[in-house]
Design a protein around this ligand. Structure first.
Ligand SMILES: Cc1ncc(COP(=O)(O)O)c(C=O)c1O
Length: 491
């Protein structure tokens, strides 16, 4: 690795500035914490507060980077194999909205899988683009969605060659990757840019035993959560860009339109240092993480009634590769929902999982983990699976995945249409005007414009009954839903 990847121009610059103890007559008004509530100040500490700064001249400006931020972004571009890297202090959601708005305007078509994160649908509403949905492959054993197949991409592009972009989730929340390289080749044969939601894949670029990264596959843009698995602070992400089908200048102006003017130097500095660590030590660290995750996977598979899928999941059209650091633990044989297992682990072992759904829990193994933590997880799962009550109630929990609803109106038209509120139980057949999702993972059950079906209402009720965090509608109690108003003929 190049020697300069050891440098951290942004963190070093900000730190040196703070060390000079300048007399500040600018925001933030807490002035290195002195104007803050002492309880919070003492807890956070002087170091962090001394670099909670703002875009004054010596510290560059994320909106027009020419100094230490530009240097840090250039080093990140080199590390990620991009032509340009843009830092995001608004998470991967901000980077995703930028990608979509950089290629789509009102009426433009964008090809997207239906199981996308809500930020993608938000960007589609903001831009006025028309989504062309590809159905993801659904795993009937696990009850989760994978990515999209090359065949489905080929079909969608043939039918909509004028599309302005193709969005791919790679890898999925659960760590499953499609054949991204082939998908990119197909899209590029139509001169259509590939936008990758890489929220769950910052680390994959740094190890050959992990799926291919967006930049390695030749994609045009990738929104990548450094904060999720790469060691930076929550909310900090990057947007990687390869020029050709997209313009870096346009990306810069759009990310700037969507970003606060008060950009956090704590978040920005943490991106700079996370990039350094990934580039210089990432491979070594990830080798250990993969080993830790694989041995834990094997131990979980030795526990009766539990299973943790590995490479045997590969080989379908949408399961081309797998990130082994994600432990998808299927709990359906216990006769408990994933949510019940999540709660049990919290109450009995102080374990917090990444997410649960009706049939699984997801545990992430990262560069912050240790063998001891894995031992506690295995011990807890062993104790759970051998509880007499579990053994008594053991039954095969049948996987039910509802059909994807039909889109009757564009999400933007539905969002801005005249609407009314009606009882949840009477809403089947109507067009919904709001989002409904389980968060995490934040994949919509309904998006504005879709026709409500009985089956989907039952699925929502099942998720609520299981205690899962169903969110979205104005009425949090789910007694009512907002739907498009129907105009009846005057009698
Ligand atoms: C698939 C996917 N894309 C995008 C995002 C958004 O990332 P962020 O929380 O960094 O805005 C998430 C967050 O969970 C996600 O799961």
């Amino acid at each position: 690795m190049l020697q300069r990847q050891h440098l951290t121009p942004l963190f070093t610059g900000v730190r040196k500035h703070a060390e000079k103890q300048p007399i500040q007559f600018h925001i933030p008004g807490h002035k290195q914490g002195k104007g803050m509530d002492p309880a919070f100040r003492d807890f956070i500490g002087d170091n962090a507060l001394s670099i909670d700064l703002i875009n004054i001249q010596p510290l560059d400006d994320l909106h027009h980077p020419h100094g230490i931020i530009k240097e840090a972004q250039d080093l990140a571009a080199e590390a990620f194999g991009a032509d340009h890297t843009f830092f995001s202090v608004q998470g991967t959601s901000g980077a995703i909205m930028t990608m979509i708005m950089a290629v789509c305007g009102p009426g433009d078509k964008i090809i997207v899988p239906r199981n996308v994160h809500k930020s993608i649908m938000s960007a589609i509403i903001f831009s006025g683009a028309t989504p062309i949905f590809i159905h993801p492959e659904v795993d009937p054993e696990l009850g989760i969605s994978h990515g999209i197949t090359t065949e489905a991409v080929e079909k969608a592009l043939k039918a909509h060659p004028e599309a302005k972009g193709l969005l791919v989730i790679n890898p999925t929340y659960f760590g499953i990757a499609g054949n991204l390289k082939e998908i990119v080749t197909i899209a590029h044969s139509y001169s259509i840019p590939v936008l990758v939601d890489e929220a769950h894949g910052v680390h994959i670029h740094f190890h050959e035993q992990l799926p291919m990264s967006a930049m390695q596959a030749g994609a045009d843009m990738a929104a990548t959560s450094v904060h999720k698995l790469g060691g930076s602070m929550t909310q900090s992400s990057v947007l990687n860009v390869k020029e050709g089908l997209v313009s870096a200048k346009r990306v810069q102006s759009i990310i700037s339109m969507l970003t606060t003017t008060s950009t956090s130097y704590l978040l920005l500095s943490s991106l700079d240092t996370a990039r350094k660590r990934l580039a210089t030590e990432g491979h070594e660290l990830l080798t250990e993480v993969i080993k830790l995750a694989e041995s834990t996977r094997a131990r979980i598979n030795d526990i009766e009634l539990l299973s943790c899928v590995g490479r045997e999941i590969l080989g379908t059209k949408a399961t081309y590769d797998l990130d082994p650091t994600k432990l998808i633990i299927s709990v359906k044989e216990l006769g408990m929902s994933g949510y019940e297992v999540e709660t049990w682990l919290r109450e009995h072992y102080h374990i917090e999982v990444e997410l649960s759904d009706l049939y699984n829990i997801l545990c992430l193994v990262t560069i912050g983990d240790t063998e001891e933590k894995m031992d506690i997880l295995v011990e807890a799962l062993t104790a759970l699976a051998s509880m007499p009550t579990v053994r008594l109630q053991q039954r095969h929990n049948q996987v039910v995945v509802p059909d994807i609803p039909t889109l009757a109106l564009s999400p933007r038209d539905a969002f801005y249409a005249e609407t009314e509120v009606i009882p949840f139980q009477q809403s089947a057949g109507r067009i919904i005007a709001e989002f409904i999702m389980v968060y995490p993972p934040g994949i919509p059950i309904f998006i504005p414009g879709e026709i409500i079906t009985e089956e989907n209402l039952t699925y929502i009720e099942k998720n609520i009954k299981a205690g899962l965090p169903v969110q979205g509608p104005e009425d949090e109690t789910f007694q009512t839903l907002r739907v498009i108003k129907e105009h009846h003929a005057i009698q």
